[in-house]
Design a binder for this molecule. Sequence first.
Ligand SMILES: [Zn+2]
Length: 335
Amino acid sequence: MVNYKDLGLVNTREMFKRAIAGGYAIPAFNFNTMEQMQAIVQAAVETKSPVIMQVSKGARNYANAQILRYMAEGAVAYAKELGCEHPEIVLHLDHGDSFELCKDCIDMGFSSVMYDGSALPYEENIKISRQVVEYAHKYDVTVECELGVLAGVEDEVASEVSHYTKPEEVIDFATRTGCDSLAISIGTSHGAYKFKPEQCTRDPKTGKLVPPPLAFDVLHEIEKKLPGFPIVLHGSSSVPQEEVDTINRYGGNLPDAIGIPEDQLREASKSAVCKINIDSDSRLAMTAAVRKHLAEHPDHFDPRQYLKPARDNMKKMYIHKIVNVLGSNNRLAQC
Ligand SMILES: [Zn+2]
């Protein structure tokens, strides 16, 4: 049993309280590789932002659970070495799909876990969520649960259609599970293809797809039911078209990849939404930089030659999100 506090990590409780009061959101960036971890820490330190580093079940399968845990511990040490004396880094399990997986993460030093029972019948979701919360709270680990179903594909999580969260259920759900934050479905979606072209309109000037707006009416109704309660948005990459264009220019094939416009995320950040999950944008930033570098330097074969620009490009994207979209810069309790 490893307690996250011994690793220098923090849970989300205080962070979310401040985010709601301050009208901003904490970035939750997924990581699988050392370069992603370095870019996330560099961006968080330079902007003095709290940050959630999250690990999906797919990431655990790819990188190995122990390695990711030590990387998060290393992230704290790295942030300090970069000059941040009191970094606020959360190690969070993204989309835990069983009590056992959540328990395993808590036991190995995660400071926060998500239990995602959103695909289960309502009562079953409550039952297992409650079980995870009871275990987690013994160790002061915070728990995110989910109501409503997001469309799209993300690692093991996939759904054809979305179901918005029903505002009339949230009080009952939050009370009976005891969860610390609630992931809701208001039209965000997993992956780099968040919407089908037929759900969108096309900008006549650029020919690019314009996605349907998020359901802010549902969000505001939920906020009214649960005043001051931390809300989480999954699937909130913006799929920057310049990265998609770079990928396509250098041999990629991502037609009509589309995300959530950043102005909508900025608006959501000002509400009770205090955690915004961004994964695909990092994948796109990495792939765009690697493709461009290899196309321009066909003689390069040292991975450091193409992973360095990939890391720099991800860092630029993380800083942009923190400063221009979520507003979490300069929000550390102590510098
Ligand atoms: Zn998600």
